[in-house]
Write a protein that binds this ligand. Structure first.
Ligand SMILES: [Zn+2]
Length: 111
């Protein structure tokens, strides 16, 4: 039986099958594997609280705020970034909420 061996893109360590993280350096394996996109319409009054809630749910890779197909804001989220950047992110989302009526939030969730 043929066995497929994956190696870490960063440190080249051999990875066990279906590994989610490299055991050597901790980098995430297969960044696009298991990413699920969700999209929902939201009104301005709910925007900020909804984004905050989504961030706190964790395992989010990216949040995109759109209006009529146009991207207003893109928030790439890494575990490291969330703590330090939460306040400026929420401030920017608040600024968007002040000028839009309805918008769409697209969430990329990591399984
Ligand atoms: Zn590695």
């Amino acid at each position: 039986m043929m066995q497929k061996t994956e190696v870490c893109a960063k440190c080249q360590a051999k990875l066990p099958a279906n590994a989610k993280f490299c055991s050597q350096c901790g980098v995430r394996v297969g960044a696009d594997r298991g990413v699920r996109k969700e999209e929902f319409e939201i009104s301005r009054s709910q925007l900020l609280s909804r984004v905050r809630k989504i961030i706190h749910e964790g395992n989010i890779r990216r949040i995109v705020i759109k209006q009529e197909g146009k991207i207003l804001m893109e928030i790439p989220l890494t575990v490291a970034a969330v703590g330090a950047l939460l306040a400026p992110i929420l401030a920017a989302v608040g600024a968007i909420a002040a000028v839009v009526t309805n918008c769409t939030i697209q969430v990329e969730r990591v399984e």
